[in-house]
Ligand binder design. Structure first.
Ligand code: ARG
Length: 460
């Protein structure tokens, strides 16, 4: 038997060291050994059922593959780089295990349909883990939300204090984001879930294969429709990279808030010591490195999405070796996404909040001016635009006198409109403001409690 079963005899020389080192991908694609064996078992089972190989050979091949799986699982196998990739390594191991019968496994199959099958299976298998990480983050956010339905903080637009909200309302925003990430992941896996196995190199095969059977054995929903498309398609990997790029974008926005909130001028949160680092020179420093690295890692993940798109844009149908780099791109983006999700989950489960400071940040900002304008609309029949202008004039007056809106006396307010009453003044209270935001999706404690219940039911 040849050392590398795919090395064709018409090539007079073995590959140069340099070709070997640019060509081999085993360090990367060995992560797909389970999927490769699973795919081969399905293929051999189908070959036997269709009488393309004998039942005896089918059994021998399947049993041999199962033994190889056990050996790899128990760390007994050292993969060889001269065998290029995981497919050739496993085929070579099979030769060692069962002898020349191993040569029958590659009937009616090519590495082109084999690799894309393995890759789809790998993404599908690992998406379960990714979803779990997203769910864990939602869980820790829900825990913070549950405890903080009445914790007041500023809501921002343009990073300027806009209106008072509760911390729970803020958490729920992220919970929804993660919810969309999870549903996007599900959609991606659903679209991915068609079996390319049996497409051969690009044209299909003259053997009487049963693609429905292999598809079923590998739990795909159906076989892909066109062999040429199947072996060159990496749309599923691009979509998966987009899904995780958007997750990492969300995490980066979240990390940015953690960094901001832990800054001395905000001082909304305390990062526990185990989640911060010191400086090598400034003894007083406590740096939010974890969150900063989450924000930073998004850059590499997003670049990987771009990386695969750029590989694909130049490729004619069907397979070209450029495609081999797809796995490195996906695996590293996937690893970083999982890691950053875990880091964020830990941050949210250990962070503590300086509630007094968060409350003061709203107090000192006229954040209830809109509530006052709304009262004018509801009680003295002004249009919203008239009420908005009137409130604006009152804010200008307060600013001129170095006061906040809630420090103006009723007499002062009535100078602007004599229908203004004490009730209007009450709308300037932060707690009133939050309590009144009772519209669906709003920040009132009552609504937020309902939203938490809904989130627990939907996501946990
Ligand atoms: N290691 C290769 C890859 O990952 C497997 C497919 C090889 N196909 C080929 N026609 N040389 O893309």
């Amino acid at each position: 038997m040849k050392k590398n079963p795919s090395r064709n005899t018409h090539l007079k020389k073995s590959p140069s060291k340099l070709l070997e080192s640019i060509n081999n991908s085993i360090d990367i694609d060995q992560r797909m050994y389970k999927e490769d064996i699973e795919g081969s078992i399905a293929h051999a089972t189908m070959l036997g059922k269709q009488k393309i190989i004998s039942k005896k050979d089918q059994t021998k091949i399947v049993n041999g593959l199962k033994i190889i799986l056990q050996k790899i699982n128990s760390g007994k196998i050292h993969f060889k780089s001269e065998l290029e990739d995981i497919h050739m390594n496993i085929e070579s191991l099979l030769f060692k295990q069962i002898g020349e019968t191993a040569g029958k496994l590659h009937t009616a199959r090519s590495r082109n349909d084999q690799v894309v099958t393995d890759f789809k299976l790998w993404i599908r298998n690992n998406s379960i883990n990714l979803d779990k990480h997203l769910q864990n983050l939602q869980k820790s956010l829900i825990n913070v939300a549950k405890k903080n339905t009445s914790t007041v903080m500023p809501g921002y637009t343009h990073l300027q204090v806009a209106q008072p909200i509760s911390l729970a309302h803020h958490c729920l925003a992220y919970i929804e984001m993660m919810g969309r990430d999870r549903s996007r992941l599900k959609d991606c896996i659903e679209r991915l879930n068609e079996s390319p196995l049996g497409s051969g190199a690009l044209a299909g095969t003259s053997f009487p294969i049963d693609r429905n059977l292999t598809s079923k054995l590998l739990k795909f929903s159906k076989p892909t429709a066109n062999a040429l498309d199947s072996v060159s398609d990496r749309d599923f990997a691009v979509e998966f990279l987009f899904v995780i790029s958007l997750i990492s974008t969300h995490l980066s926005r979240m990390a940015d808030e953690i960094i901001l909130w832990s800054n001395q001028q905000f001082n909304f949160i305390n990062l526990p010591d185990e989640l911060a680092t010191g400086s090598s020179i400034m003894p007083q420093k406590k740096n939010p490195d974890g969150a900063e690295l989450v924000r930073g890692k998004a850059s590499g993940i997003i670049s990987n999405l771009n990386g695969l798109l750029v590989i694909l844009k130049g490729l004619p149908l069907a397979y070209s070796k450029d495609l081999q780099d797809d796995k490195k791109i996906v695996f590293s983006a996937f690893d970083d996404t999982c890691l950053t999700l875990e880091v964020m989950t830990e941050i949210w489960s250990k962070v503590s909040f300086n509630k007094g400071i968060m409350n003061d940040a709203v107090n000192n900002s006229n954040a209830t001016a809109t509530d006052f304008a709304n009262w004018l609309v509801q009680h003295i029949e002004l249009s919203f635009r008239e009420a908005y202008q009137l409130t604006g004039r009152i804010v200008a007056h307060a600013n001129k006198n170095n006061k906040k809106l809630d420090q103006l006396s009723l007499e002062e307010l009535q100078k602007f409109n004599n229908k203004i009453t004490e009730d209007a003044q009450k709308t300037l209270s932060i707690n009133e403001s939050i309590k009144n935001k009772n519209s669906f999706g709003g920040t009132s404690p009552q609504r937020v409690k309902q939203s938490i219940k809904y989130a627990i039911k939907k996501y946990l």
